[in-house]
Ligand binder design. Structure first.
Ligand code: HEM
Length: 619
């Protein structure tokens, strides 16, 4: 009896403590909300619904939990669920009362209204990028420095100038990667894009400088969206150290450049550093070192991080989706074929023809959301959809939630470049580069880098991830936690499969081992020089409901006709280095592959039609 009473006593005490705790917590949260809003007086009633979280940390705990647990969308989803999805909510983020907006109309409205909104980045971003960078300057000063820096990056002439360097860098880098056992693909991609932006800004190509600076930028970036806590062990603390190191390196570069100018030894061709040193405002004032360095830190960061990540994701998505890969590759082969024979590399004319590839890029931008949110601050009270955004409050525009909203994009988590066929997104529904006066000034450069990289990758390489199921980390940008460890393989332009079983392997196509030219292959010199550029290519045949690959071993795929879904496919391949008997020997009458028919085409060497029969699926 006594034991029972004691047990009940414990239960009641625990329950009372729990109720008390809930009441105290609720009280603390309400008090925090009241403290933040009391200054608004009566206007308080017009705030959108929401939840200001806990004193001091506000909603940061919930935000970090959602992003660090791999469920980034659960953060905004919890506001949508609790507050009837009105599209804007009050919250307390990065130490400030904030209105979070996630509708296309709301985001667009704020982006376009420079009169009432200025940048409102968290303290960590401002301190790390520098108060004199674009995150800290507004109005006329911002306009002037944008004019000065945007055209030399993004203008047609500038892109034309950079294209050769970009292509050369891409081609040599891919070659180098293919010679390495395995690489951190993302890290290497970021180095590649960093090399390009360093060339544009500082005409610098030194590998040592690039490697060491890029490493420092990695630390800097990890602090950009962190809480500004300057204590050992915190990301922001490391990032501040990284910034100091960047400042001293870049100060050295500025000093050197100024010294050259003083001795009239400036190079014939100006880079962005020269532009920044030479520019004067209407009163003849020039930028001081601090201003130049902040602008450089920002541009060198923005100019490589996002492009590096997006190029990595686009490559991964392509490699994970064989159909899309094939379609993108076929387009690039067609572009190669149509290039004038004497032309050495790509020009903007070819890049403009990459219609499907640009859909792949847009779809990657939409899905990955490298800039998942951007930050503003209201300079006056503003009413949006009947709700108040109070003066001095921060505003967050959640692009990620616009891009992944099923009401805006059907099946939004599916990588589907074809959703962009004959589709122009409505205003505010596609904001990967932001909008208004702060629209990314490097958007065209970024798209060019991505296109040139994918062009060469699709035509000659394949990527095999070491941990394809590796989890994703979403802060500061979405990336595989292993930085996409992978092996890049160069596909040899011509080699022949050695056995039927390998040819029609039941492995998924990524697993097909490299295959070799059969020693006794019957070769005949091709009487007609190959009119197609002999680039690597992949022919894929269907077998037993799975893909098997001929790799690039048989020459470029000429045409793929899908007559009855995947099971009934005709692949027409150019076989420039094999005689018809060689072709027949390897592809003719294969019951499992469906059989082949070979004929010589005067202009194209030999062509083989491989016809996969529906019944080959069930064997
Ligand atoms: C795929 C690549 C890229 C993505 C997704 C991207 C995205 C963005 C977004 C969303 C903004 C707007 C931020 C805001 O509204 O507050 C922005 C601004 C900016 N971006 Fe990019 N960017 C990319 C590449 C680049 C490149 C290559 C450069 C430089 C060469 C660059 C330089 C900048 C700068 C300087 C700003 C600040 C603009 C201003 O405040 O006026 N970005 N970027």
């Amino acid at each position: 009896m006594v034991v029972m009473e004691t047990a009940w006593g414990v239960v009641l005490t625990v329950a009372a403590a729990a109720v008390g705790l809930v009441a105290v917590c609720g009280g603390l949260r309400r008090l925090h909300e009241w403290v933040q809003e009391v200054g608004l007086g009566e206007k308080r009633r017009h705030l959108p619904p929401g939840d200001m979280g806990w004193p001091i940390i506000g909603n940061m705990w919930a935000f970090l939990r959602a992003f660090k647990s791999g469920q980034p969308d659960s953060f905004i989803a919890s506001f949508v669920r609790r507050f009837n999805g009105v599209g804007m909510y009050k919250a307390y983020m990065f130490g400030s009362p904030t209105i979070m907006i996630h509708t296309p109309e709301g985001c667009r409205h704020v982006l376009m209204d420079d009169e009432h909104f200025i940048p409102g980045w968290p303290k960590s971003t401002r301190l790390l990028m520098g108060e004199k960078s674009f995150v800290g300057i507004v109005h006329e000063e911002h306009k002037r420095l944008r004019r000065l820096t945007a055209a030399p990056i993004n203008g047609h002439e500038a892109l034309n100038d950079y294209l050769q360097f970009i292509e050369h860098t891409v081609v040599s880098t891919l070659e180098r990667w293919a010679g390495m056992a395995e690489i951190e693909f993302l890290t290497e991609m970021r180095r590649l894009t960093f090399r390009i932006i360093m060339q544009i800004f500082l005409s610098s190509g030194s590998e040592d400088v690039i490697q060491s600076l890029e490493k420092v930028y990695t630390d800097l970036n990890h602090g950009v969206r962190a809480m500004a806590i300057d204590l050992p062990g915190f990301a922001f603390h490391r990032a501040l150290k990284a910034r100091n190191s960047l400042v001293s390196t870049l100060q050295g570069v500025v000093d050197e450049r100024r010294a050259l100018k003083a001795r009239n030894l400036s190079p014939a061709k100006k880079d962005m550093m020269d532009n920044l040193i030479d520019v004067e405002d209407e009163n003849g004032r020039r930028l001081n070192d601090e201003e130049i360095i902040d602008i450089l830190i920002m541009y060198l960061n923005a100019g490589h991080e996002s492009s590096g990540h997006i190029t990595m994701w686009a490559t991964v998505f392509l490699q994970e989706n064989p159909d899309i890969f094939q379609k993108a590759k076929a387009e690039q082969e067609e572009i190669r074929r149509s290039m004038p024979p004497a032309q050495k590399g790509l020009t903007l004319t070819e890049v403009r023809k990459m219609k499907y590839l640009s859909k792949v890029t847009d779809e990657t931008l939409r899905m990955v959301n490298i800039s998942f949110v951007t930050f503003r601050q209201a300079t006056k009270d503003v009413y949006l959809n009947g709700y108040l955004i109070p003066k001095d409050w921060k505003v967050q525009l959640w692009f990620r939630n616009v891009h992944l909203d099923p009401q805006v994009y059907t099946d939004p988590k599916k990588f589907n470049p074809s959703r962009w066929d004959d589709f122009t997104p409505k205003a505010g529904t596609f904001l990967p580069f932001g909008g208004g006066s702060r629209l990314c000034p490097g958007n065209e450069l970024a798209k060019l880098e991505i296109a040139v990289f994918l062009h060469h990758f699709l035509l000659g390489y394949e990527l095999k991830r070491l941990n394809p199921k590796c989890p994703i980390r979403y802060l500061p940008h979405p990336r595989p936690t292993d930085n996409c460890m992978a092996k890049i393989t160069k596909l040899s332009p011509i080699s022949i499969h050695s056995s039927d079983d390998e040819l029609c392997s039941s492995q998924p196509y990524q697993d097909v081992n490299p295959i070799h030219r059969k020693p006794d292959a019957v070769d005949q010199p091709n009487p007609n020089p190959n009119p197609f550029v002999p680039l690597a290519s992949t022919a894929i045949l269907l077998h037993r409901e799975r893909w098997c690959s001929l790799g690039n071993r048989v020459g470029p795929v000429h045409r793929t006709v899908d007559t009855a879904g995947e099971a009934h496919r005709t692949v027409v391949m150019q076989m420039p280095l094999m005689g018809p008997s060689g072709v027949d020997k390897y592809f003719g009458n294969r019951s499992r592959c469906g059989g082949a028919r070979t004929k010589a085409l005067p202009a194209h060497g030999f062509v083989v039609h491989v016809h996969t029969k529906p019944e080959s699926r069930v064997r």
